[in-house]
Write a protein that binds this ligand. Structure first.
Ligand SMILES: [Zn+2]
Length: 240
């Protein structure tokens, strides 16, 4: 099990950690700020910094074979000498890249609020995000871009909390307001709330306020099938 610091504080860019395992798949730590690919969100890249200051580049982060395991995948050709179980490192993510993931990820929640249809696919990268909605009706690119801009300008607070399944069951209104049904059987569910806008189970990383999303626009709407509309998001070009 790796302690998942990013679940409680997505703003953490680095942490001290100890190597617990090292094999062909990558490096495992006792705790980490690196988010592993999942829920549509790309895995983090960054560096593991040794006590002597040497930096080992990490190209990607994945979930390991065992439940709760997180594998830091070294960049091709990275020199892993000096790394072994028990060695102390500083785990440091590429914070600029992660910030783009968090801005896009939070924007996808705004899209869910604007498009009241089930989501059947999602991908969030540093360059774009896309959401597939199960629906047959057409979507309007300009209207969605305007809707996102309005919710960004309204500066809604974004927060997560853990709720028990009992709490869920005792509050049918909470479940009804969710756009995605939570997974059952784990005892507790992490929910992401954008105050007054969206509430749904989510394990990803998000900005703390919709204002931090900045200028995100709908770059493309595609009809992927008779029952699927794909919405692609990009960052607006900075004004000259
Ligand atoms: Zn989310």
């Amino acid at each position: 099990m790796t302690e998942e610091l990013f679940r409680e504080d997505a703003r953490l860019a680095e942490c001290p950690a100890v190597v617990t395992a090292l094999d062909d798949s990558g490096i495992q730590l006792d705790r980490t700020v690196f988010y592993p690919l999942g829920g549509g969100q790309a895995g983090d890249a960054g560096w593991l910094v040794l006590a002597d200051g040497r930096e080992i580049a990490i190209a990607d982060t994945r979930k390991g074979a065992l439940p709760g395991a997180i594998v830091h995948v070294p960049a091709p050709g990275a020199d892993l000498s000096g790394l072994a179980a028990g060695v102390a490192v500083t785990a440091r993510i590429d914070a600029a890249r992660r910030q783009r993931h968090m801005r896009f990820h939070t924007a996808t929640h705004l899209l869910c609020a604007l498009v009241p249809h089930p989501v059947d696919g999602c991908s969030i990268t540093a360059g774009y995000a896309r959401l597939d909605f199960h629906m047959a009706e057409p979507l309007d690119k300009a209207a969605l871009t305007d809707g996102i801009a309005r919710l960004v300008a309204e500066a809604h607070p974004v927060r997560h909390r853990w709720i028990s399944e009992d709490e869920l069951d005792a509050n049918p209104g909470l479940v009804r307001s969710m756009s995605v049904q939570p997974p059952r059987g784990l005892g507790r569910v992490r929910v992401l709330e954008i105050e007054g806008v969206d509430l749904q189970p989510c394990g990803g990383t998000h900005v703390a306020n919709t204002a931090d999303i900045g200028a995100v626009v709908v770059t493309k709407i595609e009809k992927k099938s008779a029952q699927t509309r794909r919405v692609v998001l990009g960052f607006a070009a900075p004004s000259p």
